[in-house]
Design a protein around this ligand. Sequence first.
Ligand code: SAH
Length: 239
Amino acid sequence: MNAIRHGLGMTSPKARARLIEKLAARGITDPEVLAAIEATPRHLFIDEALASRAYEDDALPIGEGQTISQPYIVALMTQECLRDRKKTDKVLEVGTGSGYQAAVLARLVPRVYTLERIALLLRTARRRFHAFGLHNIHTRCADGAGGWPEQAPFDGIVVTCACTEPPPALLAQLALGARLVAPVGAPGRQRLLCITRTAGGYSEKDLGAVLFVPMLPDVRRHGAARDDRRQQDAPGSGH
Ligand code: SAH
């Protein structure tokens, strides 16, 4: 009774298993990616009031005008970024948001670096990483377009906010053979691109139309709330 009243029925293993079936039917074939999604409690990355919808394949609001991505898109970006992976030591995410995408990546690669421009969202995400023992996620409050130069090159980069062009700094921070997966284009015309760094330059694959929140300029340079916990932002620091 209690569980039902609190919507926990919808966060059960059964609801998660149904979501995994849906993702597999839509073309997520990497068993490790499916297992990582199944093992990540999405209902704990959103407001309790929305928990009953956590395992539906939808984006949901997380405050500050931002959203947690749809599970299918998280799975697709993860799968494409890590496809044919041989040596994947560290990946970068731009747009930590709720922390869900980073938590999924953290089950698949040894080190995850994630950048978020809104201090409030990052603080909540850090608390979650700590509570779930995800000690291999490193965070920084900064403009993601600049990447994380001190930790480059990355074996993969996932961008979870839409840019008009792939940011040059991010392309430059890809290791040879690594992939950047990012929504690129103006609102209403965004395409999910997978860009691979090759010996001769970059090759591009279009994964289809998507709808992401836009990549915005650094809040620090635009007068909004600052993150006081600057020390936590040092490269290589924990969450
Ligand atoms: N990956 C997130 C999805 C968050 S939505 C999740 O799993 O929940 C996109 C996020 O990108 C938002 O949190 C937004 O604040 C952030 N963002 C937008 N512009 C950014 C920028 N220039 N640098 C870093 N983060 C940015």
